[in-house]
Write a protein that binds this ligand. Sequence first.
Ligand code: PHE
Ligand code: ZN
Length: 871
Amino acid sequence: MRTETPPLIRLEEYRPSDYLIDRVDLDIRLDPHATRIDATLALRPNPAGRAGAPLHLDGDDLRLVSVALDGAALAADAYTATPSGFGLHAPPGQPFSLRLVTEIDPTANTKLMGLYRSNGVYCTQCEADGFRRITYFLDRPDVMAVYTTRIEADRAEAPVLLGNGNLVESGSAGTDRHFAIWHDPHPKPAYLFALVGGRLGQVETRFTTMEGRAVTCAVYVEPGKEDRAGYALDAVIRSMRWDETAFGRPYDLDAFNVVAVSDFNMGAMENKGLNIFNDKYVLASPETATDGDYAAIEAIIAHEYFHNWSGNRVTCRDWFQLCLKEGLTVFRDQEFSSDMRSRPVHRIAEVRSLRARQFPEDAGPLRHPVRPRAYAEINNFYTATVYDKGAEIVRMLRTLIGADAFRAGMDRYFADNDGRAATVEDFLAAFAAVTGRDLSAFARWYERPGTPRLTATMAYDPAASRCTLRFTQSLPGEGGRDTPPLVIPVALGLVGAAGPLSGATCPDVRDGIFVLDRAEAEIVFDGVTEEPVPSLMRDFSAPVRLDLALTDAQRMRLLAQDSDPFNRWQAAQDVALRLILEPDPARAYAFAEALGRFLDSEALSDPAFAALVLALPSEGEAADALLSDVDPDAIHRARFALRAHLGQVLRPRLERLDAALAAADDAAYSPDAASAGRRSLRNAALDLIAAGDPETGASRAADRLARATNMTDRLAALGILALIPGQAREEALAGFAERFADEPLVLDKWFAIQAQIPEPGTLDRIARLKAHPAFTMTNPNRVRAVVGSFAFGNPTQFARADGAGFSLVADTVAALDSANPQVAARLLTAFGSWRRLEKSRAAKAGEMLNRIKAIPGLSRDSADIVARTLG
Ligand code: PHE
Ligand code: ZN
């Protein structure tokens, strides 16, 4: 048996459902192995569908216990029921009710889709199509119903029972059992259904909305971990307040619950009124969470909360429109975090992550438009392209029409589409309506895969005090002049020796933006009194690759003088990237000196920004800059050498900075952005010092580890030590494991650090980690910490010339695929850039992909990724 390439579902084949479901009444009796779901569906023919069509309900792994139509039992030949579907051959022509009783085994559910148990807690995950693993249903987002859910369970096993919406009743159901009834008045698609039952502790507080509604907000966690739930709860409240001020969006139920579970395929889920989270994005204490964890918790809490409007009140017509909720909601959470923290620092973080994940995706075999036109398995389209490039499109729209028109367009979008399942066209129509603009050319961003290249050149005429900028845009893989151009907002300025040239004017630039909507364009600045350095794509105004040939000296002028913090950082990155790709000692020294001057003048006034300037482009980014023949070892060596050089040249300054920042570090730990920024600069300084002088580095890192009062410093020190082979490293790792032996989320950090050690011995180390008592293949976080960190974060060892790294990941995929196809398929995407590797490595990767492809019974998830990756 050979795995077939799975069939495709296409956007152009969308048609409305033949039936609609207005109400769903559920009576769910939780039981570890035999949970009963008694579902009554109020159905009716859809006027927009085909009259008299048979009814087909989706199912996945279901067992039908009984069925009744309008209260009467059905004849055996009136319907068909299999584990994967229910068919009613001749449905009534008017509204009717269908009562379906199914039985499922939540304990045996290893896919973590549908109803399953995590550490004994019953929970659900229904996006994208998990509801059909609970009962037969029209499991598509354009079928929206009002749900009432009665949950019954053993009181000792599940004292807490949560559902969507508002709690309407609860009480006892016999001696050992109890129940709760939840009603959600807002019609919703099945993917937003959720329930939770288990022993959980909680923290809660009240929030009064702008409309005067009193909301009880609670965060539920494993009992005993309540003291780690406070930060998430605070983030909920800040998110609620922010969505009111920034977008005028109030919350719309009496309860908002967040539940942390330890087995979860993704980050978190926006179920109506009952967000379910991977516990890694809820639990935080100074002893167990880093500054980065706090920031991620804040962002993801906000993200899921913001979905209440962008996703739930206005949902997606079909899964091709996924970016409609995800891109928009990422944009909203990015804006929230920027308001809570430093906007420029956050923007840099956003772009780093876009370049690390989305650019390679868009340049490889898994590339797809932000709105895909076809898919075999929708779970494989929760991608960096849909999420992060999707967010960049929304950001460009705001840049193009301005903040006020953007806000008006958002209001219009929510008003026109509230309670509806919408499309990207509906979204753009709202902005077209409020601005009177034609956005059809802009809409091409949703259709075109690939990262556009923007080439720019400058000519300066001193006699005329005139400067000419010439732009050309092109999309890789799409040649020729017939491809209609994209609309690219180019935020720009001209920078003189002493700063931005304010006297320069150009009729094509408004509010600092030139809109490039042709394949090529030339713009002219007058009043340019000295030869400037162009500062282009300020604040990363569009998701493009910019080609602009500047000298190191010109780039260092931008670092020192530009008014745009993003481009100041970018200038240093550009110089560093070239030095990694083409090492040059003299230029490296000049770069180090320039960084030194930068540090002297402003490191202490903005430590977080300075830490980002000191962080070199990653090995992945260097690989991504090369189109072919990537040798990860060569990149690693060059990057390492540059770090060592910077560490040596800058050492006295780095030590002074460290000492100055140490003084501010005495206060109790606080996760706020300013404190986190000081810690990040101290740790960046130590990292470079260690690169330049490993012996000193090892002893300082060991010292920092010993004195650390919080996980941020502890983990940074451990990470630095992990790169320096020797006894100190092994002792530090052992000490850490012992100290946090009962903390799986902390051990994940320990797993990840070791899986990323760029040494041949890491393969054996991983074999030992997999044998560690805390490791289990059934927990996605553990698998990602060990194997995911290796596959995505250890380029030299994953792409070892002997193929052993590929093989390790392939073995894990093979072992995991049938139990949890989603997580297996996600790991497989690590092979996405295989064709860009140098020939012998690429050949090994290709062999491995073919081996996976040949696995009998390979899941649709993995088969889809393998087929597309092999192309
Ligand atoms: N919709 C979730 C989010 O972005 C992600 C998710 C998708 C979670 C599918 C689980 C399953 O917030
Ligand atoms: Zn989302």
